[in-house]
Design a protein around this ligand. Sequence first.
Ligand code: NAD
Length: 291
Amino acid sequence: MTINRVTVVGAGVMGRGIAYVSALSGYQTELVDVSEEQLQDAYEHTKQTAAKGIKRGKVTEEEAEQLLERLHTSLDLASSAASADLVIEAVPEKSDLKQKVLETADQHAPDHTILASNTSTISPTELGSYTKRPEKVVAMHFFNPVHVMKLVEIIRGLETSDETVEMVRQTAEKMGKETVEVNEFPGFVTSRISALVGNEAFHMLQEGVASAEDIDKAIKLGLNYPMGPLELGDLVGLDARLNNLNYLYETLGEKYRPAPLLEKYVKAGRLGRKTGRGVYDYSNENELIKK
Ligand code: NAD
């Protein structure tokens, strides 16, 4: 089987990034969402990413042009899945939402189609159980920002076939990524560590151990992380971070209980860069404010 057509479901932070690398690497790509506004925003964002790529010498003008020719948008998952060889879902990290998307994709996609999830934490065995093709369900975990980050974690569920794992490995490599294969366990490798570090930083901020800027600076310069955990949380989205922690808290226990300050920020709608304010304020990019 050859993968030619990719459907990406969810045009948010991750879906638009996955669609970008997919179209850039030669796949006919359709980005599907329930919101026309999100689709338009994602398309504009893709054009800007391509334009920046040209300026930085990462993509040629011709590659950017072809990328945009290969990228389509749709509000109709059923018809998009009907012509896809690979569906990658990137809807919010909620089992019921993912279930709905996978059930629809399973119902309408041809038998050969692989259904992949960009989940950060949820068991691919559970995701496979929502379909009649668990051997073709797999987690394909990209990182943010997708066009920059090198890794894709591949996680097989109980029934995932070797062929499915091999196909998504080849696809990720064609998209310019390195892969690791991880055994199924909540949070895989990266989300589990990242959730703990991010949550601990929120506890420290709440306890007044140091300012947000100094916590981030200490971790970057003292531990050689490329980004501080609080600025990373703002990039990932604090709602996404909270969802991950809640899932890990339910599945792995007490040490993942979300910090109350993180819950408070999410309640207040301070979700990070995407809403203009999280731990830091992005209304003026040069001006960082605390709590
Ligand atoms: P997001 O909230 O930015 O975007 C989700 C998109 O899905 C929205 O555009 C929304 O309109 C759309 N959507 C909701 N229900 C839908 C449906 N039924 N059909 C089609 N579209 C629907 O979310 P995100 O941060 O991109 O996260 C998506 C997934 O990727 C999650 O599983 C998350 O855990 C995972 N992930 C996120 C990051 C990150 O840094 N944000 C990193 C790795 C993995």
